[in-house]
Design a protein around this ligand. Structure first.
Ligand SMILES: Cc1cc2nc3c(=O)[nH]c(=O)nc-3n(C[C@H](O)[C@H](O)[C@H](O)COP(=O)(O)OP(=O)(O)OC[C@H]3O[C@@H](n4cnc5c(N)ncnc54)[C@H](O)[C@@H]3O)c2cc1C
Length: 392
């Protein structure tokens, strides 16, 4: 069989939030871009989806640049004005509100598939070709005189740059043999939508339990929160085997009935939690972005925000660059890697501070922490960290 050849500037593997935003931003630089995505375009639904992300200002501005933010906002999003974080077994408690920094909100809760739906639409309008497939093979990683090559069915695609935005189990990363560091938290992230007796009033809440943090994120519906319960394996197994009513009761009890009675109004799903980050982000004509480069614990809700930071940095670094020149390309990719690795490491460090500050079972740490939190809840170190992490 003779192969049909197609020459592109950039091929992006993975059409999640990060891959699609990159595709649009690069198409806006007049690059010929193709996205390979396993799934079809996510459909909009009346029902609130299970996977949500709390997006900070930087992420929203990337979506604005893509022309997708107004569409998401018009369809459904839940801005939140304050945050409350507390420890179940001690007086430790922090509150932080947009007012304190003269901002309208601290961020917005969006459903991942709503964002993807509109990004997909905008990508097609921007001239990006999206091919629905997962049957592709990397033939050549590219070098000074050779573009990178991917075989898809009868097509041989060649491109000056291949971006792996194919999530935590990135096949692109494996092909390029980019080394990662990782550790397993031995926890599952359990997600569900919970209807609550009291309105959430636009407050993002998180309670640290000895078995892991439980987040209650305010959705666009004033009486529905999207929960992310990061639970140790044994507890996760029990929770997943519970009938929905008992599960909701546990959320109610463990959250100290902060929103009154709870009722589960969705499926209950679980995701294994693992921290991993690439020690090297590019090789030949291949580079990583989003979860393919880093997955972090959802306790600070920052995974997607880090990915949007990658989108912003990578598109800036590639602006005006002759992608066919490997020397030019590598200069850009090396600054991209340096910046984004530093940001990722800062985020990981901030999260470890949180985990140490809250949710420990050690009685000595608990005692000291209770003392620290008895001080006026003004500008404690944790509070500053909370603000930094929230605002991105
Ligand atoms: C429980 C939980 C809660 C979270 N909450 C938050 C939050 O509140 N805020 C936040 O910022 N982040 C949150 N995150 C993290 C966030 O969901 C991710 O960081 C974000 O979705 C990553 O986007 P991505 O586009 O890089 O990867 P993905 O969303 O994983 O997209 C990758 C895409 O690549 C496609 N793909 C994969 N392999 C192939 C292949 N071989 N061929 C073709 N296509 C392929 C997939 O179909 C998918 O569409 C949470 C994560 C978890 C687990």
């Amino acid at each position: 069989m003779t192969m049909k050849r197609k020459k592109l500037d950039v091929v992006i593997v993975g059409g999640g939030m990060i891959g699609l935003s990159l595709a649009i931003r690069l198409a806006q630089q007049n690059r010929r871009v193709m996205v390979l995505e396993r799934h079809s375009q996510p459909e909009l639904s009346e029902e609130l989806a299970l996977r949500v992300s709390a997006l900070n200002d930087r992420s929203r501005s990337v979506l604005k640049d893509c022309g997708a933010w107004p569409l998401v906002q018009e369809h459904r999003s839940g801005p939140y004005q304050s945050m409350q974080v507390w420890d179940k077994d001690s007086p430790a408690h922090i509150e932080f509100s947009a007012k304190e920094i003269n901002a309208e909100d601290l961020g917005a809760i969006v459903e991942n598939n709503v964002v993807e739906h509109f990004l997909w639409q905008r990508a097609e309008q921007a001239g990006v070709e999206i091919l629905q497939t997962q049957q592709w093979t990397m033939v050549h990683g590219g070098d000074e005189s050779h573009p990178a090559e991917i075989e898809v069915g009868e097509w041989l695609l060649s491109a000056d740059l291949i971006i792996g935005a194919d999530g935590g189990r990135s096949k692109v990363r494996q092909y390029a043999e980019l080394p990662i560091s990782f550790w397993d938290y031995g926890q599952q992230g359990i997600v569900a939508n919970i209807r609550t007796e009291q309105p959430h009033n636009g407050v993002a809440r998180q309670v640290f339990l000895p078995t892991g943090p439980l987040a209650l994120l305010p959705t666009p519906d004033s009486h529905t929160v999207s929960i992310v319960w990061s639970a140790d394996e044994a507890l996760a197994r029990n929770l997943l085997n519970e009938p929905a009513e008992r599960f909701a009761k546990q959320v109610e009890t463990e959250s100290g009935r902060v929103l009154g009675g709870c009722e589960c109004v969705s499926d209950i799903k679980a995701f294994p939690l693992r921290m991993q980050y690439a020690r090297q982000w590019y090789q030949h004509r291949i580079v990583l972005a989003g979860d393919a480069a880093h997955t972090i614990h959802p306790l600070a809700g920052q995974g997607a925000n880090l990915g949007f930071g990658d989108v912003k940095a990578l598109t800036e670094k590639l602006e005006g660059v002759d992608l066919s020149s490997l020397a030019q390309l590598h200069r850009s990719l090396s600054t991209y890697q340096r910046e984004r690795k530093a940001d990722t490491q800062l985020m990981i460090a901030a999260m470890e501070t949180f985990k140490r500050g809250f949710g420990t079972a050690n009685p000595v740490v608990k005692g000291l922490r209770a003392l620290a939190f008895a001080l006026p809840n003004k500008l404690t170190f944790l509070k500053r960290k909370l603000a930094e992490v929230a605002l991105g």
